[in-house]
Design a protein around this ligand. Structure first.
Ligand SMILES: NC(=O)c1ccc[n+]([C@@H]2O[C@H](COP(=O)([O-])OP(=O)(O)OC[C@H]3O[C@@H](n4cnc5c(N)ncnc54)[C@H](OP(=O)(O)O)[C@@H]3O)[C@@H](O)[C@H]2O)c1
Length: 287
């Protein structure tokens, strides 16, 4: 199988799959591809321990694969897809694990013969060097919609918690209903969730309610009360990758997360004044 963009998410899953004996080809930029081709993948994980696994590194897919995990950040997705030619990919299973929604349409338009199956992952993992990943904590949970059974079995066999659920909209929005409010507010205030809960409680509530309303309009079952209760229960030190990226001057997934919520709200005629205010201010600050 192939992994396009072997960073925190792709490198973790690629390492675990390769350790189980699956032939894994990592499609990456030249330096990262060469590093993986020479030295394989490396993982330091609280859950899986220290793992080194043999994998191939390549700049472009040149032969058939059963399945491809798509794991660059949203900001790099279009350029990364150049490494995955549609005629070579053929009718393979394609599973993106990016946060957001809009990559699904892009992939289906670009790979009409492939089986694009929705996926999401709950994990804390970061790429510390090319082909090297640090995985913090025990969380490594993937959700997939039906159609990627062999990949689901392979991931479960590799030690990942895997669940298959039928509702694509629910799978994608479940993640976003919590992530979007938390990412947008922690980034706006450059503060962890505990501070947001204490000092920006009204905005947190409004954002959670607005995003849930958009999710419902888009076909998902979304319960703002449950999301708020969950947001109250997680450790106050929680930060978001959008906040960390903004603080370090890196590109953020603002458009894939906040922008996607606004576009879906507009499509469905849902009023989202607080989300609009917060995303507009972040667009101005981060552009
Ligand atoms: N990390 C997490 O804990 C986590 C949890 C849940 C969801 N997610 C979501 O998963 C997605 C991936 O996040 P991530 O944290 O894994 O990102 P990441 O660590 O930055 O990894 C992205 C990978 O994409 C590669 N890449 C960039 N441009 C490329 C190109 N043109 N061609 C091929 N590869 C390219 C990077 O290569 P180099 O190694 O060469 O830089 C990097 O290995 C995001 O949508 C994120 O929101 C992440």
């Amino acid at each position: 199988m192939a992994v396009l963009g072997p960073g925190g998410v792709g490198g973790l899953l690629g390492t675990l799959l390769a350790r189980q004996g699956h032939a894994v080809t990592c499609l990456a930029r030249p330096g990262t591809a060469a590093q993986i081709e020479r030295h394989g993948l490396r993982l330091a994980s609280d859950r899986y321990g220290e793992v080194t696994a043999t994998a191939s590194g390549a700049e472009r897919l040149t032969g058939p694969v059963d399945a491809c995990l798509v794991t660059p950040k949203a900001t790099r997705l279009e350029e990364a897809l150049e490494r995955l030619p549609a005629p070579v990919l053929g009718d393979a299973v394609v599973v993106p694990l990016l946060n957001g929604l809009e990559h699904m349409a892009l992939l289906r338009q670009r790979y009409p013969a492939a089986r694009v199956v929705a996926g999401s992952i709950r994990v804390v993992a970061s790429r510390t060097a090319p082909g090297v990943v640090r995985h913090e904590g025990a969380l490594a949970a993937v959700q997939l919609t039906p159609g990627a059974e062999a990949l689901a079995d392979a991931l479960a066999g590799a030690g990942v918690d895997v669940a298959v659920r039928p509702d694509e909209a629910g799978l994608l929005w479940d993640k976003l209903c919590f992530l979007a409010p938390v990412a947008l507010l922690t980034t706006t205030h450059d503060a962890p969730l505990g501070v947001i809960r204490e000092q920006q409680g009204d905005d947190l509530r409004a954002l959670v309610e607005e995003v849930a309303a958009v999710a419902r309009a888009d076909g998902a079952v979304a319960d703002a009360g449950a999301t708020l209760a969950f947001a109250q229960s997680v450790p106050g030190g929680m930060t978001s990758s959008m906040q960390r990226d903004a603080a370090s001057g890196s590109e953020t997934e603002l458009e894939a997360i906040g922008g996607a919520v606004l576009r879906a709200a507009q499509r469905h005629g849902v009023d989202v004044p607080v989300t609009t205010r917060v995303v507009t201010a972040l667009r101005a600050r981060l552009s």
